[in-house]
Design a protein around this ligand. Structure first.
Ligand code: 13P
Ligand code: SF4
Length: 363
């Protein structure tokens, strides 16, 4: 029988650290720990591999370990399950580590949108569905089934270019900001990127708006990145005019328009790592990552600042703590699998189609 989580919640971080290390020693290369950049330091320190969503997906696909413990959020562990071999086991240390943006699109609403769009045009001939990787597996399955594809913040432009080679329009969910910011880099005018409000009939759009649209954007967003505002850039630049602005593309359009660099978490890290000593950076992405960058590069004289005056932490990523990690690892040592993420086979098959298309077009 598996040990319960409750006693672990009483352990302090130092005890957990020792127990995690001891369990890892016993599990050896039967275990791989993949860790997203937004994880807190006490968890991040145990990673075998760190990365953005694309890098970690590739890592999961190539891993040989029996157990893939994913320190990230639910959709990431689902992708690991879909891309790994059937006998490999994907584990999310805390099942409540979801993604609020991913929850803004569900299969029922997307199917309804597809149905409603078919009253205006034939979606299977004219629209490629694209789901951001921050989405449930059944939405990836929907894309697989309808000739669509998955994207990440790294490859969104390549993916959209691929889409427009297939069909004339794109339905992009759940993140309107990534869709709009990517479309803008391809010179698609704002009026040809309309927002589909899933609470309204026909997405709150007119037939003409749909007919003229290149990209139909789902009305979803990331509550963390939504906090960044263009005024924060203006205020900061008044004090430090020489500042470089770098933003994750989940940030609002107006923030990305004022940014010098836009890209995934991995891109943000690499850009600052390769910057000149003494340079100053205002960063629009999650707080744990920005704090880590600040610590990592201050010795090189680089100044890394967080864009928002408010705390913008991904509270669901934060649910993965040393206590849950110690719990799942000690259970694995005892031969008990807890918190396995297992995508039903029929969904996984279609979702893999969409993920493989993405991996094929990715740089
Ligand atoms: P990256 O793929 O850029 O790491 O983004 C994942 C994410 O959830 C950002 O909010
Ligand atoms: Fe989801 Fe936003 Fe957290 Fe990323 S930062 S996992 S998009 S809630």
């Amino acid at each position: 029988m598996s040990a319960a989580i409750q006693p672990y919640t009483l352990l302090d971080d130092e005890d957990c650290e020792k127990r995690i290390l001891a369990a890892r020693e016993k599990l050896g290369d039967r275990l791989v720990m993949l860790c997203h950049h937004y994880q807190r330091d006490e968890v991040f320190a145990h990673a075998d591999f760190t990365g953005d969503s694309l890098k970690l997906s590739r890592q999961a696909a190539s891993s040989k370990a029996d157990y893939i413990v994913f320190c990230g959020v639910h959709f990431m562990a689902e992708v690991a399950d879909i891309l790994s071999r059937p006998e490999q086991i994907s584990i999310l240390p805390d099942m409540s580590a979801g993604c609020s943006m991913a929850d803004m699109a569900d299969l029922q609403n997307v199917q309804r949108a597809w149905q409603e769009l078919s009253e205006v045009l034939n979606p299977d001939e004219t629209i490629t569905p694209v789901t951001y990787i921050n989405s449930a597996a059944d939405l990836k399955g929907f894309c697989g089934e309808h000739g669509g594809i998955v994207c990440t913040s790294t490859n969104a432009k390549h993916v959209l270019e691929w889409c427009f080679q297939q069909r004339e329009k794109v339905l992009f969910f759940p993140d309107q900001h990534l869709g709009r910011n990517t479309g803008a880099t391809m010179d698609i005018p704002l009026e040809e990127m309309v927002v589909w409000d899933f609470d309204k009939p026909l997405g709150g759009l007119t037939v003409e708006q749909i007919q003229q649209a290149k990209i139909i954007l789902w009305k979803g967003f990331c509550s963390v990145h939504q906090m960044f505002q263009p005024e924060q850039i203006d205020n900061f630049k008044q004090k430090y005019p020489e500042t470089n602005i770098i933003a994750h593309p989940e940030s609002p359009f107006e923030v990305c328009q004022k940014s010098d660099y836009i890209g995934s978490t991995e891109y943000i890290i690499n850009t600052i790592a390769n910057a000149e000593p003494g340079s100053r950076w205002l960063v629009a992405t999650e707080l744990n990552l920005v704090n880590r960058l600040h610590e990592q590069f201050k010795h090189e004289g680089k100044n890394v600042h967080f864009m928002s005056p408010n705390v913008c932490m991904c509270s669901t990523m934060f649910r993965i703590d040393p206590q849950h990690l110690a719990w799942v690892l000690e259970n694995l040592v005892e031969g008990n699998v807890v918190n396995q993420i297992s995508v039903p086979e029929d969904v996984a098959e279609q979702a893999k189609l969409a993920l493989d298309r993405m991996l094929d077009v990715s740089p």
